[in-house]
Write a new protein. Structure first.
Length: 120
């Protein structure tokens, strides 16, 4: 899971860099704006919340969180609830940093899009 997560974060970083480069060279058309373009500071990609750039150790903790919180469809992970609480209690940044939630949401969205594109 840790390797998979590392690949997902790397892909997010590359996509973000590509988007930044496109923003500089190709402004987005916007009806009603002078010249029909959105100023860079109002571009939709700038409106996204920043996500956490995890260190190696944090990547390990995030991987553990994914493993502990995962459950198959139609089942629950209630038996692992104490493990989940311990993990969060020992790593307060999981709850306190909004960038962590943003990172997990983007990785989830990215994985879901990939799954839909591959016909899964």
């Amino acid at each position: 899971v840790q390797q998979w997560l590392r690949k997902q974060v790397t892909h997010l970083n590359k996509a973000e860099q590509t988007q930044r480069e496109q923003d500089v060279y190709r402004p987005s058309p916007a009806p009603g704006m002078p010249g029909g373009f959105v100023p860079p500071e109002l571009h939709p990609s700038r409106m996204l919340a920043p996500y956490r750039k995890p260190s190696k150790e944090e990547m390990k903790v995030l991987s553990q969180l994914i493993v502990v919180s995962h459950f198959e469809e139609g089942k629950t992970n209630l038996d692992r609830h104490p493990q989940l609480l311990d993990l969060v209690r020992h790593n307060r940044w999981l709850e306190e940093d909004p960038g962590t939630l943003e990172l997990l949401c983007r990785v989830h969205s990215q994985a879901m899009r990939k799954g839909n594109n591959s016909g899964a």
